[in-house]
Design a protein around this ligand. Structure first.
Ligand code: GDP
Length: 296
């Protein structure tokens, strides 16, 4: 079992007892421990490097307050930087627009997009008392359209039909028109995902985004993807103005490092976490609590 960041830092704090100043060696020792712990938590290497550089900047030249030991000062710098990277508190969905508020779901196939669309519908109905419509713009997999229909029913939301011979942007525009006419508060647009990033997929979702101008563009990513999550996040961020991330399958990810990587690369807050396969297995993401999990 790998040592958690907290274990590593507390061992270090002990070795620094009795010192009154932070030495260059103390900082180097601490950075090494932080680096090891983050890599063990499966945080992506570029994100670890960036994090280390920021902690180093803050730690060098840091005055030690009389009441604190050098070890305590260094630990508090790490904690603060971790919380800043993860984002603070809870970031809810932005629905402040002329209804229907359109939410575009993006991400790779298998990331949990369709399941998450239904979970979000349920969340919006129950927690925010919204009237919710879903639609699938996945014209490549008829089964995906059927799957959305089934899970939308479980969520207690309404589903707008689409067929594989339609263009994704036409589907979305027809659903938007329906949502307007029938006074829906929210339209959730599920999209096609490929198994890997490809140009055609990105061009299509960009076109879809331009057509429906969503108030939220969510990137759905599987926490179990580990290091690959970062490349996926980067590609989607380049293609779309992401407003939030949904980190799925966190129930299978004990180390929690994906959140740190994805938050940093996507440049948008993690708004929800998937915690089970069930329709109610979605939680509002609490960054501080998650930072605590990474610290261990
Ligand atoms: P899509 O291809 O992106 O639409 O992915 P799906 O919604 O079909 O999900 C793929 C698989 O992941 C399904 O078996 C889901 O039940 C499962 N899944 C989605 N979210 C979660 C989650 O938060 N936890 C767990 N354990 N499984 C999930």
């Amino acid at each position: 079992m790998a040592s958690t960041l907290t274990d590593r830092l507390s061992r270090l704090v002990k070795t620094m007892r009795g010192q009154s100043r932070i030495s260059e060696t103390n900082v180097q020792d601490m950075l090494r421990e932080v680096r090891m712990a983050l890599l063990e938590a499966d945080v992506a290497l570029p994100v670890v490097r960036d994090f280390i550089a920021r902690v180093k900047d803050k730690a060098l030249g840091q005055e030690v307050v009389a009441s604190l030991t050098p070890g305590q000062v260094l630990v508090s710098i790490v904690h603060k930087e971790l919380a800043a990277t993860m984002g603070e508190g809870v970031a809810d969905l932005n629905l402040a627009t002329q209804p229907p508020a359109v939410i575009l779901m993006s991400g790779l196939q298998g990331s949990g997009k369709t399941t998450t669309t239904a979970k979000l519908a349920k969340h919006l109905i129950e927690k925010r008392k919204k009237k919710v419509l879903t639609v699938s713009a996945d014209v490549y997999r008829p089964a995906a359209i059927e799957q959305l229909k089934t899970v939308t029913k479980q969520a207690g939301a309404e589903w707008f039909p689409s067929t594989p011979d339609q263009k994704p942007r036409d589907i979305a525009l027809a659903a938007l028109d329906h949502a307007r006419r029938h006074y829906f508060d929210v339209l959730l647009v599920d999209t096609a995902g490929r198994l890997a990033i490809d140009e055609a997929l990105m061009a299509e979702i960009k076109d879809l985004h331009a057509a429906i101008n969503p108030v939220e563009t969510l990137f759905v990513v599987d926490a179990m993807q580990g290091q690959d999550a970062i490349n996926t996040a980067r590609a989607f961020k380049e293609a779309l103005p992401l407003t939030g991330v949904v980190l799925t399958k966190t129930d299978g990810d004990s180390r929690g490092g994906a959140a740190l990587s994805v938050r940093q690369v996507a440049g948008a807050p993690i708004k929800f976490a998937g915690v089970s396969e069930k329709i109610d297995g979605l939680e509002v993401f609490d960054a501080e609590r998650h930072a605590g999990r990474v610290l261990g």
